[in-house]
Every structure is written in structure tokens, then in C-alpha cells.
Write a protein that binds this ligand. Sequence first.
Ligand code: DCP
Ligand code: MG
Length: 386
Amino acid sequence: MSVWQRAILHVDMDAFYASVEQRDDPSLRGKPVIVGGDGRRGVVATCSYEARKFGVKSAMPSVMAKRLCSHAVFVAPRMSHYAQVSKELMEVFGRFSPVVEPLSLDEAFLDITGMEQLFGAPMEQAWKLQKAVREAVSLSCSVGVASNKFVAKVASDIKKPGGLLVVQPGEEASFLAPMPVERLWGVGPKTAERLRSQGFATIADIAAAKPGRLDGYGVMGAHMQALARGEDDRAVDDDRTRKSLGAERTVEEDIRGLVSVRAQLLPLIDEVAAELRAKNLRCGGIRVKIKTATFHRHSRELQLPEPIADALSLRAAIDALLPRLELDEPIRLVGLSATHLVDGQAPRQVSLFGNTDIGSDRDERVDRVVDGVVAKFGKDMLKRGG
Ligand code: DCP
Ligand code: MG
């Protein structure tokens, strides 16, 4: 019998935009290729592995990239072309599992639990997927397989490019142990610095932290420790479970940092809350997404202890979620989605948020009154303070 209670595959294309450009123009093959703007204010979206040898990286100013690798060839991004290639990729992924969660144009999680009969052991499935991708689009990808999403994602990254790594069930924690704390989801450069100053250098240190030592990080503390121990029970979120509604906004000038992002999200919260109530729904999760100035998308999701539909609870949930996003790059779009939608009439549990007031019926009633006024007099009549 298989020891795999769950098998999650993470696939991520190698140097995606740059590899597409090298594929389409043979004269670029074997050369350091940078996809991005080469003007004075240009930014590197990505670069070929030949350019990475010189230290060139995503999100680096092009001016600096030129200094590191003066003979690099710059190519302007062709976003709609990459989106088309991405569609072809997702079609290939769909042949390997009915449960596919795309994370961006070039990566996805596949739940391959119980697919051994069809495609063989996880290692074999991963290998077949790499082969199918190469045959369909002539591009290389890296694949990781593990018992959960987090470990699978790290596994796909560790042997790039062209990597294939299967972390056996039970080996998750020892696989992660020697890695630096930045590997943990939600740990950006600032949090990493703080962790190191407190003596946490590796993931093993976080896994072994005594109760209370991570309290200063709020909900993130427990979250980090679970990941560090190789525990992550989030499901692969395919179309059926991803039923959501949301709102997004492109900002006029790029913004950066938590405070600015939060300010952009506040009006979206009211929109989403109003739509939930108008459709008589509550959400069991929220997702915040951002798109950077280089069109890189990234998102974080929070599952709520109970479904909510009022703006105050949504706001509290977003404040819990925001510290988990990487907000250091310039950002051009922010979005908010309400996920895991449930019938708004369903009976409610006793509040699991305790005294924090998330999800209290009173808030929802207040919001309904607001909805009524807005319906009568228009949006600008009422705005929440603070
Ligand atoms: N991207 C971007 N801006 C960033 C990071 C990425 O525009 N800051 C774009 C370009 C990438 C694509 O998203 O080709 C996929 O991102 P990855 O992080 O997967 O990077 P690559 O696929 O380019 O390289 P790797 O081989 O490291 O996956
Ligand atoms: Mg990639």
C-alpha cells in the first residue's frame, strides 16, 4: 500500500519569459537574455540562467543588470504571448490531475493523490509531466512532489532548472531543517532579519522553538512553526473550491509597503462586503492579491474560523493577512477576493474570534443598514471612519 496519504505536485517553469523568448528566437539560445525594459527606469522581469550566473535577478533595476552583465540581450516582455503559452501549459497539467491550482502564469499545484494506478509512483508522475511539458511547448520545468503544498513548492525550487525532487512522507521536516528562514512562506527580508537577531537562523531553529518564543509574531508565529515542521494542510484549490467574488484596482502610481496597500484595500472591502450581502453569501476565506510593476502576481489567502460578510470582520481578517505578503517591490494592482463562499442563511457557530468582534451579527446588521442607505442615496453618502 502507498504511504502517501496526500501527494501534491508543484510545477514551475524555468526562467519562464526568457525561455519562451529563447525558444522562439534560436539566436538567443545559450545567451544571457533579460526580459524587461532596458530604459533608465526599466526593471528585470526575469532572465535566462546564462544571465543569472552574473548575478542578474528578477525585479532588479535594468541599469544594475547591465553593469553586472554588459553583453546581456534585452527583450521587451510580450505578456499576451506568455499568457497564451500558459494556457497551453495548464492544458497539459489538466491531463495529470483534475485538481489543478494555477498560482501564476508559469506555476501550479496538482493534487495527484491516488493517481498511482494511472500514472505510477509520484516520481514517475513528475517525470512524465516534465516530458509532456517539453513535448507540448518545448520548454523545461522543475517539479517537486511532497505530502503538502509548502514542501512541494520548496522541492520544485531547490534543483532548478530542470529539477525533479520527491520528498518522501515523514521526511518533510528533515528536508527543510538546514534551510534559511527566508524559505518559509510569509517570511520576507525584514522578518528574516528579526528572526536571526533572535537566534533563529535555520528552519530547524524555528521548528524547535519553545512555546512562547514566537509570540512576538502574532498569528504568524504559529504559522511559521507549523511550516517549519513540514506541516501544511491546505488543499489544492481548483476551480470548484475556488468559487469566489472579488474586486481589484490598478493604482495610478506604483505603491509600496503595507500601509499604502492597506489604504488601497479599504474601499475594496466595502465593495466585497456589499456584494456578499447582496447575494446573501458569507465567505470562509479571504485572498489578497497584488501585481507588481513587473507584472508578477502573488497572493495570500487566509481561512477564517467562521464565515463572515461584514466589512469590519473583513478588515480584521485583512490586517491578519497583510503581514504575510511581500510588499517591498513597487505594486501596480491590489485585489481582494472573498473565497469559500457559503449560504448566508446557514446557522452560525459561537464566535471563534472571541472578543475581537470578527463576524458578530451586530456588524452585519450595521452593514445592512449601510447597504440600504447606499441603495437609496448612492455610494458617496456614507463612508466608514478610520
Ligand atoms: N516575474 C516578474 N517579476 C518578478 C518575478 C517574476 O515579472 N519579480 C515573471 C517573469 C517570470 C515569471 O514571472 O518568467 C515566473 O516567475 P518565476 O519566479 O517562476 O521565475 P522564472 O520562471 O523566470 O524563473 P525560475 O526558473 O526561477 O522559476
Ligand atoms: Mg518559474
